[in-house]
Design a protein around this ligand. Structure first.
Ligand SMILES: [Zn+2]
Length: 103
């Protein structure tokens, strides 16, 4: 019943990466979509917005992207919440001294 969308643009040095927002070392209590199912319209709502953001990035002059912003949609109330996200200088993936995995 929830959807999230953002843009992670590695060309932009101020853009956070996915791990800046959701650190791999953090543990989240999450409900798997494969267990609980997916509210089908949410897929097309978020998917359409992803397509729009991709087109905006390709065109380059169609306005600012969602880089650095995380939009969260509560499908029950259809209420959007926006969170600003900055690059984490201590990020394990894109920080100054990223930790490399041997996996
Ligand atoms: Zn990062």
């Amino acid at each position: 019943m929830d959807g999230q969308i953002s843009v992670f643009d590695p060309r932009d040095e101020s853009s956070p990466c996915y791990a800046c927002l959701f650190s791999p070392s953090d543990s989240f209590e999450e409900v798997q979509c494969s267990t609980m199912g997916v509210f089908a319209p949410m897929v097309s709502i978020i998917g359409s917005m992803q397509a729009a953001e991709a087109l905006k990035l390709m065109v380059g002059t169609a306005g600012p992207s969602l880089s650095g912003r995380l939009l969260m949609l509560d499908g029950r109330s259809m209420h959007w919440t926006e969170m600003r996200a900055a690059r984490d200088p201590d990020c394990q993936v894109c920080g100054a001294a990223p930790v490399r995995s041997n996996k």
